[in-house]
Design a protein around this ligand. Structure first.
Ligand code: PLP
Length: 447
């Protein structure tokens, strides 16, 4: 019986809900990555590493709140902090103690955070980083890397999605997209040449472990090289740590690699699973938010900036992050998965690979290159990059990735197509179950 028929039969409640949703939302969903063919799964509740759907399935979750749930779902201390705050009011439209505690934790954990400004999301944080860089340098443009994702505001959409050709995204005027110079990842000479050739480029922004959190991984040497180039040429270096912040290490990728950017955008884990983001960085750059004689001031309102509920969740989350334990456990879970998957692929002779670093796992189909060792550690589970971005993270994988997702759901796991992130709740029992499910799912696919 075809996989899609089994999927449709097993998830009737989700199918019925999707029929309703199609009449309300474009594509029936509220976030592009929640699209799934022929319909997505509808979830009722979640705890730890699991979530439960409307048809009563218990699913192991590798979406982890789009990366925001380093402690897994509904950790009791975060839930209690939000409930306590909820009883005191959801929004006072005022300054409050929790925002001070939250901002101070960011300052203590993140090396670049001389000053902090909360935003409503990661997209708003990268928008702010680029606008402040313009004010600080007087240069209107910025440089980014093909395949790196920084949210969905106009200029950063250039080159963030397949076919990674650096063209303006649909709906973004050419003139606006021209503010962004996009170059291939991992090539310091290209960066230096681009900055020297164009005086109008004031900033360089990147995901510090590689585009789409490590599809094409980046190492510390590249970060050090960028730091050196930006310092020498007087450009602002921005780490977009929306994913890596508090995940890679309590101090983010900058803490782990010992490379301090000028500005850092953060969100996700920052707000403990509630909405929220921030920009942190050099005091003299964030000073452009302050009214000062003779200096322009960047306007920055935002109804939900540092809202008390997100602040309560964020303080509880970062207090746990600061111990280093959640990141260590999430990393260990990802190591077990990457190595276990590669063992599986090797033993069956399947042309697939699992790779990644820290608590991030990626899977590529039709892979014939060298695999990482099956006893690889947190930072040596990578594969060589041959310049084909699409092979790693693009339409070449999309069909198989949807089929794998169906097969995994039928085996009790919500696996993010070609990619997954772990949390500290992904214990050994959980990852063992996932490896067995993966084997069954690929066997289903190949049947
Ligand atoms: N930057 C990176 C690296 C991200 O992964 C994301 C979201 O996934 C964003 C920015 C945008 O953040 P948000 O979805 O909070 O707007």
């Amino acid at each position: 019986r075809p996989l899609v028929d089994r999927y449709t039969a097993e998830f009737p409640g989700s199918k019925a809900r999707f029929e309703q949703a199609k009449g309300i939302f474009p594509c029936g969903v509220t976030h592009d990555t929640r699209m799934m063919d022929p319909f997505p799964v509808y979830v009722t509740h979640a705890a730890g590493a699991h979530k439960w759907d409307v048809d009563g399935h218990k699913l192991t979750d590798y979406f982890v709140g789009h990366g925001s749930l380093l402690l897994g779902h509904s950790p009791p201390d975060v839930v209690a902090a939000v409930q306590t705050q909820m009883a005191k009011g959801t929004h006072h439209g005022s300054c409050h103690d929790l925002e001070i505690a939250w901002g101070r934790l960011v300052q203590q954990l993140v090396p670049s955070a001389e000053r902090v400004r909360f935003t409503g999301s990661g997209t708003e944080a990268t928008l702010m980083a680029l606008r402040l860089s313009r004010l600080f340098t007087g240069r209107p443009k910025f440089l980014k890397f093909l395949g790196h994702f920084h949210g969905w505001h106009d200029t950063v959409t250039v080159g963030s999605d397949p076919p990674y050709d650096g063209a303006a995204a649909p709906g973004v005027p050419e003139g606006v997209a021209a503010l962004c110079v996009a170059v291939p990842p991992n090539d310091l000479n290209r960066v230096e040449a681009a900055l020297k050739a164009d005086d109008g480029i004031g900033a360089v922004i990147l995901e510090p472990t590689g585009g789409h959190w490590g599809a094409v991984p980046i190492r510390g040497d590249f970060l050090k090289g960028l730091r050196d180039i930006c310092t020498r040429l007087g450009r602002v270096l921005i780490f977009d740590e929306v994913i890596t912040g508090f995940r890679v290490a309590p101090g983010g990728a900058q803490g782990f690699y010992g490379v301090t950017p000028d500005l850092t955008s953060m969100a996700k884990i920052l707000a403990g699973g509630l909405p929220g983001g921030c920009l942190a960085g050099r005091a003299d750059i964030l000073a452009y938010i302050e009214p000062r004689p003779g200096k322009p001031k960047m306007k920055h309102p935002g109804t939900y900036n540092a809202n008390p509920l997100s602040a309560a969740a964020g303080v509880a989350m970062l207090t746990r992050v600061a111990t280093g334990e959640p990141g260590r456990l999430a990393n260990a879970a990802a190591v077990r998965l990457r190595n276990g998957l590669n063992e599986l692929f090797e033993s069956h002779g399947w042309p697939m690979v699992a790779y990644g670093d820290f608590s991030m796992v990626r899977v590529v189909f039709d892979y014939h290159g060298p695999r990482p060792a099956t006893d690889a550690g947190v930072n040596d589970g990578l594969i060589p990059y041959d310049g084909d971005l699409e092979k790693l993270d693009g339409p070449k994988n999309a069909k198989q990735s949807n089929a794998l997702r169906q097969a995994m759901l039928l085996n009790g796991v919500d696996w993010w197509g070609t990619a997954a992130m772990t949390s500290s709740a992904h214990t050994e029992d959980v990852t063992d179950h996932t490896l067995a499910a993966f084997e069954a799912a690929v066997e289903d696919l190949r049947a």
